[in-house]
Every structure is written in structure tokens, then in C-alpha cells.
Design a protein around this ligand. Structure first.
Ligand code: GDP
Ligand code: MG
Length: 427
């Protein structure tokens, strides 16, 4: 069984929490894109963990994790992440983690380039996390990168770094800056050494896993609206986050997905710049942000918040080819008397039910309907039956407007705070 866990919206839907929960039935968990711009928070019996680069399956003893070829890896950050996990009682070793030899190394100069560009943009910022992700993916398509596998061949590596630094300095000189090739070589030696034993051909590993009928889970970062091809350009991330990319970015392109679980938050949140039609402002927004703890796990930035967004969510479900939906954080809405839901957009006086071409979003207004709240804590509910009437109505309302079945509902951040939806319960 090959299953992808993906974000349907702007990211931070609770993918890490879902991977942690659902990976109990899986042998392998693969991250297939992105870098340390992700923040996946997991709370379970072992503690609270924030994962940026490592797959969330790393918290399970019997799971092998893979960092796939589609990832961009900041070695220093990875080293720190492994250390933090170790301090939290989790060992990361070549037995539970393998890193694709084809994954790309995100270099300190990519971080520097990202910061310089974001500063230059000033009022027109993209909302970069300043972790070098845009520059390193651009380098990749320019074919000017160092791959993890290069760490195994040190003489060739040194020449490669020298050539890359010469090229990058053409750009940095225009900012009055310069980088030094020897410093970069030292950096790679210092932080690369630790990970050499982890580097493998993940194509072979995953093909073998499939032959042995192992269950493979693919863990996405961000959500459909941040996809480089199908998201809200240019406010996207720089990688393909959608499930269709999972086999490629895993390092084993012949794998096929059997199911795609789309994670959808019971309301909306987004980090960074760009249009966000359903956005709430003022006290109403602050109340929801506080209630949901909507602050970025990777950067600490306050997240923008809004009501559930039907046009964006239906689009995300299509782009992700989601076969089922898990709703998260519905417990957060317990604190609201009236729950705003963006049922459609209005563009030039006309109602839009479908998500439009991104350029039009700036001129779209949300059409909001308010649903009644339920005013009681639901974080201990263990079934749909146990929910208060208005919480049931809220979920039924969501289901009616969505193009995939809701099969699971999360009512808290702890591993066990969830229930499955039985067939027909939301009709
Ligand atoms: P990801 O990037 O999609 O993995 O999501 P994040 O980890 O960035 O953000 C989700 C946040 O919500 C985390 O702090 C989780 O611990 C928390 N969370 C996940 N599911 C639930 C839920 O059902 N209820 C509540 N209250 N918190 C949740
Ligand atoms: Mg996150």
C-alpha cells in the first residue's frame, strides 16, 4: 500500500500530526520535496517535536525514513535537528534514516542569496522563509548543485564547489559581497561527514521495499496552494508539493500511489505574502489565531487566519487527487459563537464557486456564511456520535461542499485525539 499525506490548502494543516498517527501501519515514511522551510509539529507519548527536514515517521521505532531525491537539504540544520531529537530520546541512525544520493544540498550561499533578494524586494516581498529554498531549487534547474552523493567523492567535490562559488560570486559581487570556496569546502566536510553513512540509492531501497510488500507513506510539506506549478504564483514555494510528484521526489519514480489523504484544517491559515481571500482581520482574527496557536513552527511568524474556504479547498483536493480527507483542529472552533465560512468568491459582481486564475484573486471578495457554534469542548470526543449537534452540522456542511469524502476528524494535537467517520454519518 502506497499512501501520500498531503496538504490541501496553504500548509500547516496538521500533516505531521497525521503522519505520526497513521504511520503505525506503515514500514517506510518518505519526505519527497522541500527543505527546512517546513515545520511539522508532532505531540505523542514521547513528547513534543518540531520536524523541519526529517520525516515525521522518525518518531516510530519500527519505521524507516527516507529523505528523497526531491528534497533540498541544509546539512547544518539537519545536524541540529538530529541532535535535538537525540536530546528528546529519539535516535536517528543509518538504520532508521536513509538519504537519497540524488537529494540536493542547500548551501549557506543559497541562504545568503535568499536573504539578499528578500531584502531587496522590500514592500514587494514574496514572504520567503529565508532558508535558501528558492535559490537552491533555481540552482537545481540551472544544473549547478551539489548532491548528497557528491559527498562520497571528495576530490571531484572540491573542484565542483570551486566552480559553483566562482559562478555565485558573479552575483554576490553586485551586492558588494563575496564567498570563499575553501570555506564552503570546509563547511561540507564538517557537516557532511556525519551523514555519509546515510547516503544511499533510494530507488533501489524503495523498489526492494515494494517487492517485500512493505507499506510506504509519502509525507508532503506545505499545501496545494503553495505548489510551484499549481499554487498562487508567485507566492508559492519552489517545489512541487502535490502528490503526483511524490514518486519522483521519493527517488523511485516507478512507484504508484494507492491512496492520497488530504489534510484540511477546519478553518484557514496561511503564512507569508499573497492573496488570501477568506482572510479575517482585527479582533476576530486575533481571537482565532490565539485559539488555534497559529504561529509558524519553522519561523515563529504569526499565521494569517480565515474561515474555511470552499473554492480553495475544492481546488486543492483536485490538484492533490485526494481520495479522502482528514479534518483537523475542529476543536479550535469550539471557542467561536458564530463560525464564518467562505462559501464562494465574488469577482466583478459575479459569484465564483471555482478557484480562479491567481491574478484575479486580489480582486475577489469572500462570500461569508455564518454557522452556529457549539460552545463546548469537543477535544475528548471519540466518535461523530459524541459531537454536539452544531459540530455535527458543521462537518456535514463541509462534506456537502467538498469533492472527496471526510474519513477522519482530529479534535486535538495529541496522537489519540481523533475519530474515524463512518460511512453515511455525514449524509
Ligand atoms: P503541518 O505543517 O501540516 O505538519 O502542520 P503544523 O505542525 O505546522 O501545524 C499544525 C499545528 O496544529 C501543530 O501545532 C499541531 O500540533 C496542531 N494540531 C494538529 N492537529 C490538531 C487538532 O486536531 N487540534 C488542535 N488543537 N491542534 C492540532
Ligand atoms: Mg507546518
Amino acid at each position: 500500500m502506497n499512501t501520500a499525506i498531503v496538504g490541501i490548502n496553504w500548509g500547516d494543516e496538521g500533516k505531521g500530526r497525521m503522519v505520526d498517527l497513521l504511520s503505525s501501519d506503515f514500514d517506510v515514511v518518505v519526505r519527497y520535496q522541500g527543505g527546512n522551510n517546513a515545520g511539522h509539529t508532532v505531540i505523542n507519548e514521547k513528547g513534543k517535536f518540531i520536524l523541519n527536514l526529517l520525516p515525521s515517521g522518525i518518531l516510530r521505532d519500527d519505521v524507516t525514513c527516507v529523505m528523497g531525491s526531491g528534497m533540498v537539504i541544509d546539512l547544518k540544520h539537519l545536524s541540529g535537528e538530529v541532535k535535538r531529537l537525540y536530546e528528546g530520546g529519539i535516535s536517528v541512525t543509518p538504520r532508521n534514516l536513509i538519504i537519497s544520493d540524488r537529494a540536493v544540498i542547500c548551501m549557506p550561499y543559497d541562504v545568503m542569496q535568499d536573504c539578499l533578494e528578500e531584502d531587496r524586494l522590500q514592500g514587494k516581498k514574496f514572504g520567503s522563509t529565508r532558508r535558501g529554498i528558492g535559490p537552491i531549487y533555481s540552482d537545481k534547474y540551472m544544473k549547478k548543485t551539489i548532491h548528497m552523493g557528491d559527498l562520497l567523492y571528495s576530490t571531484k567535490l572540491e573542484q565542483k564547489v570551486k566552480d559553483l562559488v566562482e559562478w555565485k560570486n558573479l552575483l554576490f559581487k553586485s551586492y558588494g559581497k563575496e564567498i570563499d570556496a575553501d570555506e564552503m569546502i570546509d563547511y561540507l566536510k564538517q557537516y557532511g561527514k556525519e551523514f555519509v553513512p546515510y547516503i544511499k540509492d533510494t530507488n533501489k531501497f524503495l523498489l526492494d521495499a515494494q517487492k517485500q510488500k512493505k507499506n510506504i507513506m509519502f509525507e508532503a510539506q506545505l499545501g496545494a496552494l503553495k505548489d510551484i506549478d499549481f499554487g498562487i504564483t508567485p507566492y508559492t514555494s519552489s517545489s512541487n508539493v502535490i502528490s503526483a510528484y511524490a514518486p519522483i521526489g521519493s527517488g523511485c519514480p516507478s512507484l504508484k500511489l494507492d491512496s492520497v489523504i488530504g489534510i484540511v484544517k477546519a478553518y484557514s491559515s496561511a503564512v507569508g505574502e499573497g492573496p488570501f481571500v477568506c482572510e479575517m482581520f482585527g479582533d476576530e482574527a486575533e481571537f482565532l489565531r490565539q485559539a488555534g496557536g497559529e504561529y509558524g513552527a519553522a519561523t515563529g511568524r504569526p499565521r494569517r487566519v480565515g474561515g474555511f474556504d470552499f473554492p480553495a479547498t475544492r481546488y486543492g483536493i483536485d490538484m492533490q487527487a485526494a481520495t479522502e480527507i482528514a479534518i483537523t483542529k475542529i476543536d479550535v472552533l469550539s471557542k467561536l459563537d458564530k463560525i464564518p465560512v467562505c462559501v464562494a468568491y465574488e469577482f466583478e459582481g459575479k459569484r465564483l464557486d471555482d478557484f480562479p486564475y491567481p491574478e484575479l484573486l486580489d480582486d475577489c471578495k469572500p462570500i461569508i456564511e455564518y454557522l452556529d457554534g457549539w460552545g463546548e469542548d469537543i477535544s475528548n470526543c471519540k466518535s461523530f456520535e459524541e459531537l454536539p449537534k452544531n459540530a455535527k452540522e458543521y462537518l456535514k456542511f463541509l462534506q456537502k461542499g467538498l469533492n472527496a469524502p471526510i474519513t477522519l476528524v482530529s479534535v486535538g494535537a495529541d496522537r489519540e485525539q481523533y475519530f474515524y467517520v463512518k460511512k453515511g454519518e455525514l449524509d
